[in-house]
Design a protein around this ligand. Structure first.
Ligand SMILES: Nc1ncnc2c1ncn2[C@@H]1O[C@H](COP(=O)(O)OP(=O)(O)OP(=O)(O)O)[C@@H](O)[C@H]1O
Length: 636
């Protein structure tokens, strides 16, 4: 029987074993899997280069058997390693994302099993690390795409995206920036580095890798990026090797900022990657744009609120309104300098931009219609019709027909279809003058339209919808009428959304002179006459009249005087009533008389020329009367 060489010499057997071992080691060295044998004290007894590669350390550094925790934090160890006393017969692979010493990450599947070295008592653990980085990234990447395009954006949107970008592409840094006014500097809106969100920062783009991206085009530096941008301190500080950046633009092509991925390793796969990143970029950009639009809207709202507040504060500030009003409608048609009248102008200005219903109150001739017109002209409805209904002039039985129109044959004389005032005012403003004169039945009908915002023509069944802004006016005390049952309270509250009271002329004496001059200029022109002004005695008379007919009365008086006056200065030829004709109560007569006397004496109560002595009263009695009747000096 021939002997095999092994049997021949015992030394030869050992040699063969040695050879087998080195062949095995050579094979293990070349394996695509990372192999590591860890002893009981967690020292690395043996490892292959692929293991070192996966952990991002030089293979030589393993030669002096470091403990595993110097390379890999314990929480990333497979459970078999953490619990060596309980070796499993059926080791299960566990997936872990390794954080390498340089901060970058790497996905592996680890299978670990107890390993007894033949002939030795000690038990070690043999671990096999399989590279699942590619698969994991594809999964993360899919997850990223689904999430980024499906999720509704919230405050965490940008940070979430940077986290997912970093994980999906396995890079150590990912961030998104926003331009600061131009494309010279940017602010990060999310910055993810080494598995955690970082504080945002503002930085100058000059000489950085990002400079060629913002406002321009995508860039890709697969490796050696530090050498390309030696002045970019960030790259150096983080040990960056590769960089990919994509510009972000809004829907009109304006530059918004950019986003970038950076890694400490070279970055492969250029073209497919850029396409994907650009697609993700459109989603990020639309989110930035939406945020910016929202911020702008918020800002505009705040400014508007501030503006309204400022105007309310400035009600009594001299000269404030002139420019404001000129800009919105013809100031020359509305004359008045008194603080009381400025308040009216202020209210017009405040309310004209809105669609709210306005109730204009004031004595006859104070300018209610003019105010309604001014509100309409200054409103967005200016180019549309302003339709007036004089409720006092309408026979009650025709009100419905007038407001809502009728269909052909609705009543005996209805020969054709006719549109009512509501329909004519569509898109515009409906001005209901003398609203206090509406019958209760007509009030009910009006209320119904205001509530339902639609109506039918008389004799028709089709509902008509209109978009009408309502302005109502009255010289009656509607609140008192409500109390007395002459006016529906529900209608009153609907009309009185924005009450605008025009004070009578006697409460704003400062306005008399400018108004008189204004009317004089106007009539002189139409009469073809020239006047140098109004003579002193006439002015004195004008100032001391009580003006129960208010501005209309003044206007008529100036008109008549202009016709009769020979010139060159206007003389008021018609005697002015010192007391109102229409004073209905004793208190009103007394009140008007006191006001007109006080006007004549420049509101002096005491003294021989004072109001009290002219009225034959004790000054203190006069004072208490003034108080009781609520008399106050105009403009004070
Ligand atoms: N501030 C003003 N500046 C210039 N003209 C004015 C002013 N206010 C009113 N007027 C003029 O006075 C006249 C009466 O105004 P308007 O008809 O608007 O008053 P009203 O309060 O509606 O009167 P009524 O209660 O009698 O209907 C009009 O000719 C109007 O142009």
């Amino acid at each position: 029987m021939r002997r095999t060489p092994d049997d021949a010499e015992p030394g030869h057997h050992t040699k063969r074993l040695e050879m087998e071992k080195s062949r095995l080691e050579a094979m293990i060295r070349k394996l695509g899997e990372g192999i590591v044998l860890v002893d009981e004290t967690h020292r690395i007894a043996f490892a292959n280069p692929r293991f070192a590669d996966m952990l991002g350390v030089p293979f030589e550094s393993l030669a002096n058997h470091p403990t595993l925790d110097t390379l890999l934090p314990r929480d990333q160890w497979p459970s078999a390693l953490r619990d060596v006393a309980q070796p499993s017969d059926d080791p299960q692979p566990e997936e872990r994302q390794l954080t390498r010493v340089d901060g970058s990450t790497f996905w592996v599947s680890i299978t670990a099993t107890a390993f007894r070295v033949p002939g030795q008592e000690s038990v070690g653990t043999l671990c096999m690390f399989t590279d699942v980085n590619g698969r994991k990234h594809r999964e993360e990447y899919l997850d990223l795409l689904i999430d980024i395009f499906n999720r509704s954006a919230g405050p965490e949107f940008f940070t979430d995206v940077t986290r997912k970008l970093a994980r999906a592409f396995g890079v150590s840094i990912s961030f998104i920036t926003e331009c600061l006014g131009d494309t010279r500097s940017v602010r990060t809106i999310a910055f993810w580095q080494n598995g955690a969100p970082q504080k945002n920062r503002v930085y100058d783009l000059k000489d950085t890798a990002c400079e060629a991206v913002v406002g321009r085009s995508p860039v890709y530096y697969g490796s050696l990026v530090q050498q390309l941008f030696p002045k970019d301190r960030e790259l150096e500080a983080a040990g960056i090797e590769s960089y990919v950046g994509v510009p972000l633009t809004d829907s009109r092509g304006t530059s918004l900022g950019h986003f970038a991925l950076m890694d400490t390793q070279p970055f492969p796969n250029r073209t497919a990657l850029l396409d994907t990143l650009e697609m993700i970029g459109t989603r990020i950009a639309s989110e930035i744009e939406r945020n910016q639009t929202e911020a702008q809207l918020r800002h505009q709202n705040e400014r508007l609120r501030e503006e309204i507040k400022a105007r309310q504060r400035a009600v009594s500030t001299a000269n404030y309104y002139r420019d404001e009003i000129t800009s919105s409608y013809d100031v020359h048609t509305m004359i008045g300098e008194s603080p009381a009248f400025r308040k009216v102008l202020d209210s017009i200005r405040l309310v004209s931009g809105t669609d709210v219903t306005v109730l204009v109150t004031g004595e006859t001739g104070t300018g209610k219609e003019l105010v309604a017109r001014a509100i309409h002209e200054a409103s967005p409805r200016a180019g549309k019709p302003l339709i007036k209904v004089n409720c006092a002039a309408l026979p009650q039985e025709l009100i419905e027909d007038e407001l809502f129109g009728h269909e052909k044959g609705a009543f005996t004389h209805a020969q054709g279809q006719r549109k009512g005032r509501f329909e004519l005012a569509d898109q515009g403003t409906l001005f209901l003058d003398e609203i206090g004169e509406l019958s209760l039945a007509a009030q009910a009908k009006l209320l119904r339209v205001l509530q339902e915002k639609e109506f039918e023509r008389v004799g028709g069944s089709k509902s008509i919808k209109v978009d009408v802004r309502l302005i109502a006016a009255t010289n009656r005390d509607l609140a008192a009428m409500v109390r007395e049952g002459g006016f529906r309270d529900d209608l009153f509250y609907r009309l009185e959304v924005f009450p605008l009271h025009i004070p009578p002329l006697r409460e704003r004496m400062e306005d008399i002179e400018p108004l008189a001059h204004f009317f004089l200029r106007r009539f002189a022109r139409s009469l073809g006459k020239e006047f140098t002004g109004i003579d002193e005695t006439s002015l004195h008379m004008l100032r001391n009249a009580s003006w129960p007919g208010n501005i209309r009365e003044l206007e008529n008086l100036v008109h008549r005087s202009a016709i009769l006056s020979p010139g060159p200065s206007l003389q008021i030829a018609v005697p002015i009533r010192e007391a109102p004709e229409k004073a209905s109560t004793l208190d009103a007569v007394v009140r008007n008389h006191i006001v007109s006397v006080l006007n004549r004496v420049d509101w002096q109560v005491e003294g021989s020329d004072g109001g009290a002595s002219i009225l034959g009263m004790n000054p203190s009695t006069l004072r208490s009367k003034i108080k009781k009747l609520g008399i106050s000096r105009p403009g004070h």
